[in-house]
Design a protein around this ligand. Structure first.
Ligand SMILES: [Zn+2]
Length: 209
């Protein structure tokens, strides 16, 4: 089971292929496919006709919610350059490296506090808790395993996260990690988001209003 993944909101119904109009309601179904979580976004008609009848378990999906499709705005050029908690989290998930499991979890908690991610569901997978988060603006779904951090590990992970936010991922500029020597120039990372908190909050604290 690959607990880490990001799945984007589809731009058309994945049952009938019809493109979504802006503000059109859609239905997201999340299936546990043993190797991966599989997301399916379907339109109202397909939901009613094919998926809405019967219990979720019998239909095979583990989670379900309704959303409203928003046509993506043209991407502002500065959005690509800035390293934020969210862009870092996406990179960590893409790397799928167990050494970053704890850092990804802390980033997801930070983003949830800032209301940039919403917890949709908690799911048990092979004895582990997996959080299913949604980025409300883009509709992207992130699945993040709970690293079951102990209190005495928190400080180190928070330090790692702060380092990653400041300096980016190691070897980010080199797509093939073959070279033994470090890259000639450090990865280009713009200054951190000023709205980011100065320190990573501990996940146990209640959200600040
Ligand atoms: Zn459809």
């Amino acid at each position: 089971m690959n607990d880490w993944n990001i799945q984007s909101r589809a731009h058309q119904c994945q049952a009938c292929g019809k493109s979504y109009a802006d503000k059109e309601p859609y239905h997201t179904l999340l299936f546990d496919e043993k190797k991966d979580y599989l997301r399916l976004d379907v339109c109202e008609t397909c939901w009613k006709g094919q998926y809405s009848q019967g219990a979720n378990e019998r239909k095979g999906f583990i989670s379900y919610w309704q959303g409203v499709y928003e046509a993506p705005p043209p991407a502002p050029p500065e959005a690509i350059k800035r390293e934020t908690a969210e862009t870092l989290l996406r990179k960590l998930i893409e790397r799928n490296d167990p050494q970053f499991t704890a850092a990804a979890f802390i980033l997801a908690v930070m983003l949830e506090r800032k209301r940039l991610l919403k917890v949709k569901e908690q799911h048990q997978s092979e004895g582990r808790r997996v959080f299913i988060y949604e980025q409300p603006k883009t509709g992207d779904v992130f699945t993040i395993p709970d690293p079951q951090l102990q209190l005495d590990q928190l400080e180190e992970v928070q330090h790692d996260v702060a380092e990653l936010l400041e300096h980016g991922l190691p070897g980010e500029a080199a797509p093939v990690p073959a070279a033994l020597e470090p890259p000639a120039s450090p990865p280009t990372v713009a200054s951190p988001d000023h709205s980011a908190p100065p320190a990573v909050p501990a996940p146990a604290e209640p959200a600040a209003a």
